[in-house]
Design a binder for this molecule. Structure first.
Ligand code: SF4
Ligand code: SF4
Ligand SMILES: [Zn+2]
Length: 139
């Protein structure tokens, strides 16, 4: 079994998604390197994501939507947030708020605790609602 790297700052996408919780990052085979990783080995939907490719982010050099965008939160981001709140018990907008308030390091520290399986300490997959190591249901 390959060793899965831990949660890292670079795994937090511009939209506030924590890619370390994604089923595509947590799987053993053909693992996605995360939103900021190499496009060559990523799902097409994530390569062509409108948020990741947004001109505002590119031109301002901001790492997160919440940092330097007058349209924040734009409709695209609000829709994504709504989908995740409804389906996956997670809010990108809350994440971005925390990042702005606490800083990215503290945010990632909190994420490690928030998404740790109480049974084995593995990472809970946001899409499956279960631990990626032991399978324990989280919600
Ligand atoms: S599939 Fe998308 S959300 Fe999941 S880890 Fe890759 S870039 Fe992140
Ligand atoms: S919130 Fe701003 S930076 Fe983020 S995708 Fe929307 S327009 Fe682009
Ligand atoms: Zn577990």
């Amino acid at each position: 079994m390959s060793v899965r790297p831990g949660m890292k700052l670079e795994l937090i996408a511009p939209c506030g998604m924590n890619c370390a919780l994604c089923m595509a990052w947590l799987r053993e085979k053909n693992r996605c390197p995360g939103c900021r990783g190499d496009d060559a080995v990523k799902a097409r939907s994530c390569v062509s994501c409108i948020i990741k490719n947004c001109d505002v982010l590119r031109e301002s050099g901001a790492k997160y939507c919440s940092t330097r965008c007058e349209k924040f939160p734009c409709k695209r981001l609000r829709d994504l947030d709504k989908r995740y709140r409804t389906k996956y018990h997670m809010s990108m907008l809350e994440n971005l708020e925390d990042i702005e308030e606490l800083g990215i390091r503290a945010f990632v520290r909190n994420e490690k605790e928030r998404w740790a399986c109480p049974e084995c300490g593995g990472i809970i997959c946001v899409h499956r609602g279960a631990c990626s190591s032991c399978g324990r249901t989280a919600y």
